[in-house]
Design a protein around this ligand. Structure first.
Ligand SMILES: Nc1nc2c(ncn2[C@@H]2O[C@H](COP(=O)(O)OP(=O)(O)OP(=O)(O)O)[C@@H](O)[C@H]2O)c(=O)[nH]1
Length: 236
């Protein structure tokens, strides 16, 4: 089986306070559009985009979670299985900047340590900034996070954010677990074996089957059955 037939799917959650631009960022990245209207996300939304890194097809599943605390109970459950995370705050909202560490903790409480990136959105409104660049860089350093300043409105650096996360995730799985790295390369037979083991586990009522260890591969990597979807965005 050739490498091109294998697709890697990465679940990315985008978190941060309300109105920092999470939905806009995902829409910009997946649909290439920006709208000035603010429509509060209720619970969770989901869009996807396929990209190619080092001739590997990567399907990024972008989960847009509500920023308001009232939805915490719902959104928390959607963090499970996340393999990467965008921590977003807004240039014009001091509270959103100060809430970043708490968002990081919330995600890590559900999924542990995963590739993350810090994003200061609405950089087009820099004249109205509620924090200075020293503070933002200090936070990025403290949290050991790559830091991007984006403008979803002007389409500045949005692609870079997701490309960075995908690249980081790929490196991670290639490095951490030989079995994982080998499978990404060329061992689809092994993948099928894992998949069937997983099916068996599920049929035995092992509901944790998809969340732990190697079995998780089953959810993230599969034969591309829909090359026609390449580059497409799907709203679920
Ligand atoms: N000027 C400017 N406005 C932006 C930018 N990104 C988003 N916005 C605006 O900010 C507002 C909030 O954006 P959303 O994407 O709905 O925010 P959200 O983080 O998804 O909000 P919740 O769903 O409440 O969590 C909207 O009016 C957007 O048009 C940006 O880069 N620059």
């Amino acid at each position: 089986m050739i490498e091109e037939d294998i697709e890697i799917a990465i679940k990315v959650v985008v978190v941060g306070n309300g109105a920092v631009g999470k939905s806009s960022m995902i829409q910009r990245y997946c649909k290439g559009i920006f709208t000035k209207d603010y429509k509060k996300t209720i619970g969770v939304d989901f869009l996807e985009r396929q990209i190619s890194i080092d001739s590997k097809d990567i399907r990024l599943m972008l989960w847009d979670t509500a920023g308001q605390e009232e939805f915490d109970a719902i959104t928390k459950s959607y963090y499970r299985g996340a393999q990467a995370c965008v921590l977003a705050f807004s240039t014009t909202d001091r509270d959103s900047f100060e809430a970043i560490e708490s968002w990081k903790r919330k995600v890590e409480a559900e999924v542990g340590s995963i590739p993350m990136v810090l994003v200061q959105n609405k950089i087009d409104l820099i004249d109205d900034a509620k924090m200075d660049s020293e503070e933002t860089e200090k936070l990025a350093k403290k949290l050991h996070l790559r830091f991007y300043r984006t403008s979803v409105k002007d389409n500045v650096k949005v692609d870079d954010v997701f490309k960075y996360l995908a690249t980081k995730y790929l490196k991670l799985i290639e490095k951490s677990g030989e079995e994982v790295g080998q499978q990404i390369g060329n061992n689809l037979d092994m993948f099928n074996a894992v998949a069937s083991t997983n099916e068996k586990a599920k049929s035995k009522g092992n509901s944790k089957g998809n969340d732990e260890g190697v079995i998780q591969l089953d959810a993230n990597k599969r034969k591309s059955q829909s090359k026609k979807n390449k580059g497409a965005c799907v709203l679920l």
